[in-house]
Write a protein of this length. Structure first.
Length: 602
């Protein structure tokens, strides 16, 4: 808990830059800007700074902190009309390190064409395609030596000197080798270099785990090293809940409003801190639009209804939400197949592994699942089914366009997405395995779970405030299951999982399918299951899109909020179009690039 003198010292400091949030993108920015001793940087974080916490550090304990309000904002969606009215948990990391404290550590990238789409949506000449982002994807990572030696093509694709130490799990459960053989048997090839711009196929993802210490590497571990944290021109204040951005009473000569500071609360007391040059919001896809709206930037109608003075009318704020959503299947294995269930089934083995981890930083507690398969739709379904799905999608888009139901951004996005689908080179479906039981596992038995879902969904949701109370969570409405094509993609993934499990050698070791409990041939019944059981991949993005203002974008190519002189956004909310990967490394790259953009202006 910060002492009052620490808070008073913070607010008395004349900062050049104030950063809201201390997460995945924020800390690379803070580290980069504070390299210059003449630039004073303040960081406000609502959560805590954690040290040597097993629930964060230990790879095998991943997931245990989710839902715990100490580590997780524990948000939830509004009831989802097209997902059986369910309220879906929406984990967001709370603390110095943000969601890198609670995520599943997967470290991968999307395909070249997906990042190039960002450039198409932004202003002309914008440097946000693959070629522009690759140096920043590499800048954050320190790839494991095992990766660099696997294939010569990897050498130019990965970063070797970055602050985020990555590694591969040194232990795999018995199911993994069988799974690879089954995937290969149905025509899905192993990709030796998914980092070079083609992320399709089957492979192990790297993990943000330090192989030497056996611990997760969070953004705090990577970017707030003792040397960086000790800089006199960098201050991080915890337990500081930002309530709004403060602006000068008059706009600048160009008519843009000028951010002059940030209002925040600590233990019920409100404070304000000045920023002479820049304010940067890095609060994530949920809270960044919330802060903007509380500050008077957003849809004028919404703000007027809440009696908030509109400083900039930006109807794109809080819109364009996209997420990766997955449908699960759980299978019971025949006796003798070892999975991570052994840690649940055998207390002596668990105790032994805990001793090994404590003393050597090795063993099963350092391990986690990392097997993924990314597949283009046209490689998953028959040509006839593919053509039929595409025709229905195009007809639905045309109908919505004629009826005026699409935003300008959606029209531009859908044209890109349709082009990618037709070409069939970029993955549109992810399937991954979790080699343990999650749904009512029985003592002494072993399981695995397959999960599949679309990586470039066509559904769009929103996140908006419903009151002026900054401590009340916004309304999170991803509109899961509202787009018919997305549901068909889930169905295609479901049938792909069925096909995979029916293939040797996976078929030989699978005892029974538990979830759902029986083979279902009727597509309608499968869709009912999808609506009842699909769940978020916690990759919310897009709520403050990097796109042209006429498309209802929120930030320009320099990440500056339209209508402002010196307010920027850098986090997952700026991702304009969903990317087919786990977004941790991409958000780090956004922070790395944002740091350079801001340094140029400073």
């Amino acid at each position: 808990m910060p002492q009052i003198p620490a808070v008073e010292s913070f607010v008395k400091t004349e900062f050049d830059v104030v950063i809201i949030g201390a997460g995945t993108a924020a800390l690379p920015i803070a580290a980069k800007l504070s390299q210059n001793p003449d630039v004073h940087v303040g960081v406000l974080e609502a959560g805590l700074k954690f040290e040597n916490d097993p629930l964060i550090d230990t790879p095998q304990f991943i997931g245990r902190s989710v839902g715990n309000p100490r580590y997780d904002w524990a948000f939830a969606t509004v009831p989802q009309e097209h997902a059986n009215g369910r309220t879906v948990p929406t984990p967001r990391g709370k603390g110095v390190g943000g969601s890198t404290l609670i995520n599943y550590t997967a470290w991968d990238r999307a395909s070249k064409q997906e990042y190039d789409a960002w450039k198409l949506l932004g202003e002309p000449g914008g440097a946000w395609g693959w070629d522009a982002l690759l140096p920043y994807l590499k800048a954050s990572e320190r790839a494991p030596s095992t990766l660099q030696s696997r294939d010569d093509s990897n050498k130019e694709a990965v970063g070797r000197q970055g602050p985020v130490q990555t590694s591969y799990s040194s232990i795999h459960t018995d199911i993994i080798a069988l799974l690879f053989k089954a995937w290969n048997s149905i025509g899905v090839a192993t990709n030796p270099n998914p980092w070079g711009g083609d992320a399709s196929g089957l492979y192990f993802t790297a993990r943000s785990v330090d192989a030497d210490t056996g611990k997760r590497v969070s953004a705090a571990d990577a970017y707030l090293t003792p040397e960086i944290a000790g800089r006199k021109n960098l201050q991080v204040l915890t337990r500081a809940h930002v309530t709004k951005v403060l602006f000068d009473s008059e706009p600048d000569f160009a008519g843009n409003i000028v951010a002059r500071g940030v209002e925040f609360a600590v233990d019920g007391t409100t404070f304000a801190v000045n920023a002479s040059k820049e304010v940067i919001i890095c609060a994530g896809a949920v809270q960044t639009p919330q802060i903007l709206e509380l500050s008077g930037i957003g849809n004028k109608k919404l703000l007027t209804d809440l009696r908030i003075k509109t400083l900039v009318d930006l109807p794109g704020v809080g819109e364009n939400i996209q997420d990766h959503c997955f449908t699960p299947m759980q299978f019971e294995l025949k006796p003798g197949i070892r999975t991570f269930d052994i840690l649940r089934n055998d207390p002596e083995f668990l105790a032994e592994q805990q001793r090994i981890y404590d003393s050597e930083k090795k063993g099963w507690l350092t391990a986690s699942d990392s097997t993924v398969s990314f597949n283009p739709l046209r490689q998953v379904v028959s040509p006839g089914v593919f053509t039929s799905m595409l025709e229905r999608l195009e007809a639905a888009i045309d109908k919505d366009k004629r009826e005026g139901l699409l935003t300008p951004l959606q029209e531009a996005q859908y044209a890109i997405q349709l082009d990618l689908l037709r070409k069939g080179e970029v993955p549109s479906l992810e399937t991954f395995v979790m080699s343990r039981g999650y749904i009512a596992p029985e003592q002494g038995k072993s399981y695995y779970v397959l999960m599949s879902g679309p990586t470039q969904p066509f559904g769009r949701g929103s996140i908006h405030i419903e009151s002026t109370d900054p401590f009340k969570a916004p309304l999170i409405d991803p509109k899961y299951g509202s787009n018919a094509f997305d549901v068909e993609m889930h169905l295609a993934g479901y049938r792909l999982m069925e096909r995979l499990v029916a293939t040797q050698p996976l078929k030989e070791v699978t005892e029974v399918r538990q979830l759902p409990p029986a083979n279902v041939s009727d597509d309608g019944q499968v869709i009912e299951f999808i609506r009842a059981a699909s769940r978020t991949g916690s990759h919310l993005m897009g709520s403050c899109a990097l796109a042209r203002r006429e498309l209802r974008g929120v930030v320009d190519n320099n990440l500056r909020v339209y209508g402002t002189a010196n307010l920027r956004v850098a986090d997952a909310s700026i991702i304009p179009l969903s990317v087919g990967c786990h977004i941790q490394a991409t958000v780090y790259a956004i922070g790395e690039k944002a740091g350079d953009l801001i340094k140029q202006d400073l």
